[in-house]
Design a protein around this ligand. Structure first.
Ligand code: ZN
Length: 156
């Protein structure tokens, strides 16, 4: 067995693992990716918007909504709406996936360990709990997390 055979085996194993994912999980990953793209595009638009507004202000020392700015505002609104739709799809898919997970791994209801922070925070019964959400995929993350466990984006 040489290095390249090893590498090939590792590669095939990886493909196999992806192939074993349920279609639901794959769809969830696809939608999360799309949503992430939308959010990045919104951020880009905000940057351009800031530049345009500044340039206008620099010229006239007052802010005027030019056609260019208006178009950009409309396009941000458009992408925001698409992102909201996607986020809703992702949420409903996530709850389906969670539902399946819970069926496969029943959580004991009489255990004191049941009050784990993740479950408690996901419950609508604890509205005063502080939620830390990933700015890219809105997945719940730990307060001190530096990387989103869902989309792997690093925070700064
Ligand atoms: Zn994330």
């Amino acid at each position: 067995m040489n290095f390249f055979q090893d590498l090939k085996q590792v590669f095939e194993k990886g493909v196999e693992q992806v192939g074993n994912q349920s279609p639901l999980v794959k769809e969830l990953a696809r939608l999360s990716g799309l949503l992430k793209g939308k959010k990045e595009s919104i951020q880009d638009s905000y940057n351009r918007l800031g530049q345009l507004v500044y340039k206008e202000w620099e010229k006239k020392q007052k802010i005027e909504i030019t056609d260019e700015i208006r178009e950009l505002l409309k396009s941000i609104q458009d992408v925001e709406r698409q992102a909201t739709k996607l986020a809703n799809q992702v949420d409903s898919l996530k709850s389906s996936v969670d539902h399946i997970d819970q069926k496969q791994q029943p959580i004991p209801t009489n255990s004191p360990l049941n009050s784990s922070p993740s479950l408690a925070n996901l419950s609508p019964k604890t509205p005063d709990a502080i939620l830390y959400l990933c700015p890219f995929c809105a997945h719940q993350v730990k307060e001190d997390a530096s990387v989103c466990p869902n989309c792997q984006v690093r925070f700064y």
